[in-house]
Design a binder for this molecule. Structure first.
Ligand SMILES: CC(C)(COP(=O)(O)OP(=O)(O)OC[C@H]1O[C@@H](n2cnc3c(N)ncnc32)[C@H](O)[C@@H]1OP(=O)(O)O)[C@@H](O)C(=O)NCCC(=O)NCCS
Length: 371
């Protein structure tokens, strides 16, 4: 395979009416709406509706949608039993992949008419399943997955921390979920579409998406970025450390992008939140450290932070453990995956590219006894 096509970079692999990403090197739209408008004026529920139904909801549609989502937050008993068997040192991405798979066993998809209901179910289910496991496996406590929070962001933070979140934290989580919701044919979404195209079931497509998201070159970058930021106590230390890492040819997680060439439009939004939440925090210096890393990366490599970089410190400032960062990505991205699964099904063709063969040819077969 020539380097030009390695990683399918720059190749259009299908049509979509859900998202544009990297138009003119910078832009991001969900169903025609600019990400900056959605992050400024929408709630995550409005964006989830937009992605899965194709238009922004009016007031009564939004109320009906939120009412539908509330009871879907429950975690069925057999799933609780499975979650209780998963040890506390498991990665929470594996926990959500398992929970999704188990839900597919007990609420399996029997017809295509159920697909929108399954999308809504998974959206409501993931925060509850994750928090149930976190408290049981790591806090030795079995929680009720019930809160009075209308928003999914508030529900998640209250379940996780056991107390009502501040409005600032709730809105930051809401905005973060909006920013992570959809990203065209990125690795996890493409994986979901490939699985969908075989006419497999909804849950299998989502489990595949979770598997692709877990890696540090994709969703796992937000956890890796936090581990990097935590290495440094001062901006000067960060500056020297990053220079050294670049000399060693290390990858700096949370920087660069396969499609955006100039900047990641989501970074502007999340960076402001990271700065805001840093004030008064015991580790407020992580913000200055992050800015020092950003400057060094730009000066040395002309590489810019992607969404994962300042999401890391934003989540940290909200008191969230690092290995829950990528699971938050799932809690949001289930909306984009669902939209793509349904879009793929509506105009399906098996996805089956070719490979350029680079192995040996015309070898003479040697019988086992003579090898
Ligand atoms: C996202 C990513 C996989 C895109 O990679 P890509 O499209 O394959 O980019 P390329 O490999 O063409 O990168 C071009 C050059 O920049 C370098 N580069 C890209 N991202 C880099 C990073 N984060 N740190 C250091 N160098 C980086 C590459 O090593 C390459 O250098 P070279 O030409 O000297 O070999 C890549 O930028 C990366 O690994 N980033 C870190 C992981 C991350 O943050 N992922 C989340 C993405 S939203």
């Amino acid at each position: 395979m020539s380097n030009n096509t390695a990683g399918l970079r720059g190749i259009s692999a299908g049509n979509t009416a859900i998202c544009t990403c990297g138009k003119d090197g910078v832009g991001l739209t969900y169903r025609g709406y600019d990400i900056h408008d959605l992050a400024a004026y929408s709630t995550f529920e409005e964006v989830a509706f937009l992605l899965t139904r194709g238009h922004l909801p009016n007031q009564s549609e939004l109320e009906a949608y939120q009412e539908k989502l509330l009871p879907l937050r429950n975690v069925p008993k057999p799933i609780k039993e499975v979650l209780r068997a998963i040890p506390g040192d498991a990665h929470p991405m594996d926990v959500l992949r398992t929970a999704c798979s188990m839900l597919g066993c007990i609420e399996s998809e029997k017809s295509l008419n159920q697909q929108l209901d399954i999308a809504d179910r998974l959206l409501s289910f993931f925060p509850s399943a994750l928090c149930y496991w976190v408290h049981y496996a790591r806090g030795n406590k079995e929680i009720e997955v019930i809160t009075q929070q209308d928003s999914l962001a508030g529900h998640f933070l209250e379940l996780l921390n056991g107390c009502t979140p501040s409005e600032e934290h709730r809105r930051c989580m809401d905005v973060s979920l909006i920013l992570y919701a959809e990203h065209e044919y990125d690795a996890s979404t493409f994986t979901s579409r490939v699985i969908t195209a075989t006419l497999s079931d909804f849950y299998s497509s989502v489990c595949g998406g979770i598997g692709a998201l877990r890696g540090p070159l994709h969703g796992g970058a937000n956890e890796a970025a936090m581990e990097l930021i935590e290495l440094y106590k001062t901006p000067d230390e960060a500056d020297r450390g990053i220079t050294q890492k670049l000399q060693n040819k290390d990858k700096i997680m949370g920087f660069g992008h396969a499609v955006y060439k100039i900047s990641d439009p989501r970074n502007l939004v999340i960076k402001k939140w990271a700065e805001k939440l840093s004030h008064g925090h015991a580790n407020a210096h992580y913000y200055a450290v992050s800015e020092a890393i950003e400057k060094r990366m730009w000066d040395e490599k002309k590489l810019f932070p992607n969404l994962d970089f300042y999401s890391a410190s934003s989540y940290h400032f909200m008191g969230i453990e690092t290995d829950l960062f990528t699971p938050i990505f799932i809690i949001s991205r289930i909306t984009g995956w669902s939209a793509h699964i349904m879009e793929q099904r509506a105009d399906n063709r098996l996805i089956r590219p070719n490979a350029e063969y680079i192995g040996p040819e015309e070898l003479k077969y040697v019988p086992l006894s003579q090898r």
